[in-house]
Design a protein around this ligand. Sequence first.
Ligand code: DC
Length: 226
Amino acid sequence: MLIPIITVDGPGGAGKGAICKRLSEHLGWHLLDSGMLYRLLALSAINHHVETDNEPALKVMASALDIKFQSIAGQDGIRAWLEGEDVTDALRSEDVGLAASKVAQLPAARSALLARQRAFVELPGLVADGRDMGTVVFIEAPLKIYLTASVEERANRRYKQLLDKGQSDTLPRLVEAIKARDESDMNRAVAPLKPAPDALTIDSTLMTIDEVCQQVLDEAAKRGLF
Ligand code: DC
């Protein structure tokens, strides 16, 4: 039986995490947060003192990563364990994010993570969140979403998230950081961030999470995915 997959790609801060979590709960499908895999690889590199440009070592590390995921109802996102330790909070740090964007540039590390990502495809279905879900990892997916939002809106969302965590930054600095991350994700040599030719683009700048989810669910229903 063909297992249905919805891929959701797009730049950081577009709301992919919240949308994918909501969709997977609503549908009762599995959830892959592929950015978390890159962050886990980056954290493992930091812990084991491996440079983020040491491609051969990172390839071996990516194939052997000892990781576990668990989705906890009522909580945003997924919890992750690395070598038996709950590292969910550490994964969200700026240092790990920066290191993740570096290891994500290495073709050998990316291909070593392919099989792990594809192993998430299980009945009754999968919602896959990332940058290259529809263009590389699940090119056969019957519904591909490219979720975007303006840089200013994404910076605003990040600003509010930081305030909620008791941290702060200035909006202009966040705008610059988001532009820099977009630039590196969209212009890298391997699996650059771009919409799949058959993707449906949704601009979430002026939309609520509910509205975006509803549009995706309507589209999934139209295509007979559930
Ligand atoms: O979505 P995120 O911020 O957790 O992703 C962390 C880094 O991993 C980000 O720089 C982009 C990269 N990434 C990727 O290259 N491919 C994916 N499918 C997911 C994330």
